[in-house]
Design a protein around this ligand. Sequence first.
Ligand code: BES
Ligand code: MN
Ligand code: ZN
Length: 494
Amino acid sequence: MQFHYASDAGKVAADLLVLPVFESDNPLKPYAFADQLGAVKGDIKGKSGEITILPSRGAVAAARVCVLGLGKQDKVQEREFGEALAGVFRHGSIHSLKLRHVAVDLGAVVKLKGIKTETLGRWAAEAAILASYQFDVLITKADKKKETAKEVTLVGGNKDKLQRGVAYGEVTAVYTAHCRDLVNEPSNRINPATLAKFAQDMAKAVPGLKCKVLHKPEIEKLKMGAFLGVNAGSDIPAHLIILEWHGGKKDAAPIAYVGKGLCFDSGGYDIKPAAGMLGMKMDMAGGAATICTLGAIGKLKLKINAVGVVPATENLINGSAYHPGCVLTSMSGQTIEIGNTDAEGRLILCDALTYTQREYKPKYIVDMATLTGAQVVALGNKVTGLMSNDDKLAEKLDAAFKAVGEHCWRLPLPEFYDKQLDSPIADMVNIGGNPGTITAALFLQRFIEKGQKWAHLDIAGPAMHDGEAWGLWNSKSATGTPVRPLVEFAEQNG
Ligand code: BES
Ligand code: MN
Ligand code: ZN
């Protein structure tokens, strides 16, 4: 997507000129040329998300105008504008009328109380890029691909501020789109080896971002018995993907992100039914988000230290695969009885958590994973489950989600449910019964060392969005969450 800037909306020769309006009896009133557009009185109400495309009839240089409803004026901030604008970029006419160049008149919005022009630029870029997102690399018939906008001209507002915001939003959006690609890619194309290769190539393109990949012999040397147990049934060896960004003070403890990189989850010997297995290429969404968040942090040159750690493997079946009743010894030394081979995410994460704490002594450690089906039952696919051993950290994460227009909800970690993880023959068992999302987090908490501030994000639902397009998410696609919230969190708290 290319971004340009202009000061006179009437003079931009775009395919479509977006005119934001607020809900009122006569929403088009602020536009002097409104009468020329020929809209039937009363048709346009200005309600949030309302889109009306009209021929411009020479009123402006653009061939068509798009009247974009933003809702009640006193409720409109940058997010409301950005989310409404996203609706324009995914509108059917962008494809059917081949609208390549979209201009957006910001005049009415920059004037609103409390609006920051830079933040507006950021939302405009994120909306344009993320709402235009398509995963079509595997479609070979050109006529089956949707055409999307390629150029955006922002009109009005302080150009320097807009440009700064757009530069930031381009990075967060492009890395969110990379994350979507990784999650949308089928698991015969993105596997532990190709995921590691993606991280290495990504890091090469970002000066100062370091990527290191530990292979199976090194993982064995580290005694990551839980991670290796899950990997045993796969022909592709486990990879531990590590990214480091040093943008802060030399000795400042980093923020650590740890993501579940389970490239395909068959369930293992506790095999999933067909319907449950079908979508399980997305089980590396936490790992993809970790990798792409580090990419964005580096590209933005944030003045912080951060590290990303991704245990990558498949959960498959062969003659060497782990099975119910096995006991694995984790890197921490704690032993784990396997109650269910489908509760594999916590097994690869527990070793990655131990490694990350020992290696980096992080200020905060935040893991993210498509960990439990129970998260989808509890919160659906628009709200991430947040669990933490630290109230302040939980509040900061909640604020970061809100700032970018995404949603999380904190679940408790009561001690009395932890007992459900006790095993008669080992230190613990890998299934703790109901409530599934909380007992999975309590399992992870057993690997958090004393004094370590930790949070866990269960994104089983939000990683993949099947419903109608919503916010900056498109329908039937990976969402790329939580890349944008975690870049925001890193910037505010690193
Ligand atoms: N990857 C799944 C969780 C999942 C389910 C993600 C649905 C996205 C959509 C995870 O590895 C899993 O299988 N969890 C089990 C745990 C159970 C066996 C304790 C689950 O949630 O059923
Ligand atoms: Mn599983
Ligand atoms: Zn899984």
